[in-house]
Design a binder for this molecule. Structure first.
Ligand code: ZN
Length: 222
């Protein structure tokens, strides 16, 4: 496998290899490093580079610049709904059977539709994410202090275990509940095990024997 690596010579002592969130590979090398040394260094890091690139792919939720027009598909809890927009004096978003109905007085303003949907997603997420976290925090007996919901580029959730603050990615609201549950358990479990060592995964397995399937489903990004 060959990579497109940006090599920069710097006043440093050791070689520093980084894979950035956008997939760019950067290598900083001390000035006098021989070329074949750089090559063998890169070769020795191939697996690590592969793994890092895979991770980036896994954790970046699909970012599509979609339109928000009548008849568009809208993702919610792992299902597709059809967007129906109606003219009305007040703004309202409702889920009815296979449809997401949006009522608004600016029905042709895509940005307005996008905003209404965003706030609706947030509203749903705050209840659904909270309930999911609460469920697993009670099961494992670890309390959290706060749930934050944000749009995040390269992860589904995070846990600041000392402050017991859990952040979940708003994009999760588009995923099936079983995937949301997996991320909830994963993050509350970090309150007990603030790492990804074997004992952490063993712990997850006790409460969610099919966690791998859920994780894969989430990462497949379908
Ligand atoms: Zn983790």
């Amino acid at each position: 496998m060959t990579y497109n690596i940006i090599i920069t010579k710097k006043k440093i002592k050791n070689l520093i290899l980084k894979v950035k969130a956008d997939g760019q590979i950067l290598l900083s090398v001390p000035y006098a490093t021989p070329k074949d040394y750089i090559e063998s260094f890169i070769k020795s890091k191939e697996n690590w580079i592969d793994e890092s690139l895979k991770k980036i792919k896994k954790f970046s939720p699909k970012q599509v610049d979609k339109s928000y027009k009548n008849g568009d598909n809208i993702e919610y809890l792992g299902k597709m709904y059809i967007l129906k927009i109606f003219q009305n004096k007040k703004n309202q978003v409702q889920l009815v059977e296979n449809y997401i109905y949006i009522q608004t007085n600016r029905e042709s303003d895509e940005k307005n539709i996008k905003n209404l949907l965003y706030y609706w997603y947030r509203e749903q997420a705050s209840t659904i994410f909270f309930n999911s976290l609460k469920k697993y925090s009670q099961i494992i007996g670890e309390d959290f202090n706060e749930l934050k919901i944000r749009k995040m580029k390269n992860r589904w959730g995070s846990c600041r275990y000392l402050k017991k603050v859990i952040t979940l990615n708003l994009e999760l609201i588009k995923k099936p509940l079983e995937c949301i549950d997996y991320v909830s358990l994963h993050e509350v479990a970090h309150l007990k095990y603030p790492h990804h060592k074997k004992e952490f995964w063993n712990f997850i397995h006790i409460y969610m024997p099919d966690w791998k399937l859920r994780k894969e489903r989430l990462e497949k990004n379908e």
